[in-house]
Design a protein around this ligand. Structure first.
Ligand code: HEC
Length: 171
């Protein structure tokens, strides 16, 4: 008897699914519920979010939510990235690294996400009188790409050492 009931229930579910499925014009019915398709509906997750969202989507995967980086992945700790701003060429360097230039973000977004990192995660390293980045400066930086990232970082870290800055030498 129990077996018969199970079979009956199975058949019933099958019939309902068959009757309910299918697309009719601009509505779709899924087992009895009607869904109105809206091609113009906004995406649930904002694509053009604020600067923090840009960081989460485009940087945090490698740098971590707290910017501490990863020794294993050879991703530097960015919590003292503001130290670069005191070094000749450092201001350009931090927006020219491949993770930034190759992020697919536009100039205004690169400026926004970098300003956000400096003002929040790296705030203790921000020198007094810091001038935030603007889109025009990023556009200019793109015109002369960084060819030797590791070499330039090595030079800057050497400068930082001489000045007694605690910029992380890792990785
Ligand atoms: C695919 C992993 C990856 C992504 C994504 C990424 N980065 Fe990086 N980032 C690195 C690595 C690795 C380095 C070390 C230099 C190098 O090898 O490019 C680095 C270096 C940096 C530096 C220089 C820091 C230092 O101490 O030398 C900054 C600033 C930086 N990234 C910012 C960002 C920002 C902002 C984003 C998001 C727009 C981002 N990165 C996205 C991997 C990444």
């Amino acid at each position: 008897m129990r077996r018969h009931l199970t079979l009956l229930a199975g058949a019933l579910v099958g019939t309902l699914a068959w009757a309910g499925g299918g697309v009719h014009g601009d509505t779709q019915t899924v087992t009895g519920r009607q869904i109105v398709l809206r091609p113009d509906a906004p995406a649930i997750a904002p694509v053009q979010g604020g600067a923090r969202s840009l960081y989460v989507l485009h940087c945090a995967g490698c740098h971590g939510m707290d910017a501490s980086g990863s020794a294993l992945g050879r991703v530097p700790d960015m919590r003292r990235v503001g130290d670069f701003l005191q070094l000749p060429g450092g201001r350009e360097f931090i927006v020219k690294v491949p993770g930034v230039m190759g992020s697919g973000l536009d100039d205004a977004q690169v400026a926004a996400v970098t300003n956000w990192v400096l003002a929040t995660l790296a705030a203790p390293s921000l020198p007094p009188g810091h001038r935030p980045y603007e889109a025009a400066e990023i556009q200019q930086a793109r015109a002369s790409p960084l060819l030797d990232v590791a070499g330039e970082r090595y030079r800057l870290v050497g400068e930082a050492r001489q000045r007694g800055l605690s910029l992380s030498t890792a990785p």
